[in-house]
Design a binder for this molecule. Structure first.
Ligand SMILES: [Zn+2]
Length: 166
């Protein structure tokens, strides 16, 4: 959806192309796809060779709500930032503690400040670690630049200014 450029026709064609992708035909796959960019690309799923399976997958795709009403989905975006924020807010919201409304709002505000200041932090290096799901596999994780917390001095300055203005 994020690669359709808000074009419902392109969205429908990209859905139909899923069948071709799984037949190992990548002619119309997105230019950013791994199958187009990685010269060592190997499919991770079974390739479709049975015409009946091809027909069933095509039918399943054309029966999706996204295919039937593509204009409703052309503005869809990646949920990465939402998931990232939901993860970051847990540093301020312990789900086992029932905070008062004021404290809840304060903690939410702090989480927003923290997330806004540190979202899209630069990567300093990559670290190779063992994949928890597949111990024989090594994966690379990003080591992010240390958090700056410049917001604290800005908050402090504003608080001092409020007291000075009293
Ligand atoms: Zn492909």
């Amino acid at each position: 959806m994020k690669n359709c450029n808000k074009d419902p026709v392109k969205l429908k064609l990209s859905l139909l192309n899923i069948v071709e992708h799984y037949k190992n035909n990548h002619e119309h796959c997105n230019e950013l796809s791994k199958c187009k960019n990685d010269s060592n690309y190997e499919p991770t799923k079974y390739l479709i060779k049975d015409p009946k399976a091809e027909m069933l997958l095509g039918r399943a795709l054309t029966n999706t709500q996204v295919y039937k009403s593509p204009t409703d989905y052309v503005y869809c975006m990646d949920s990465y930032y939402m998931e990232s924020f939901n993860n970051a807010i847990l540093q301020y919201h312990d789900k086992r503690i029932n905070f008062s409304k004021e404290v809840y709002i304060l903690r939410t505000s702090l989480a927003v400040l923290d997330w806004n200041e540190h979202v899209n932090r630069q990567t300093t290096s990559l670290k190779t670690v063992q994949d928890a799901k597949n111990p024989r596999r090594q994966i690379q994780v990003k080591i992010l630049k240390r958090k700056s917390y410049n917001m604290w001095s800005e908050i402090w300055d504003q608080l001092v200014q409020i007291y000075l203005d009293l």
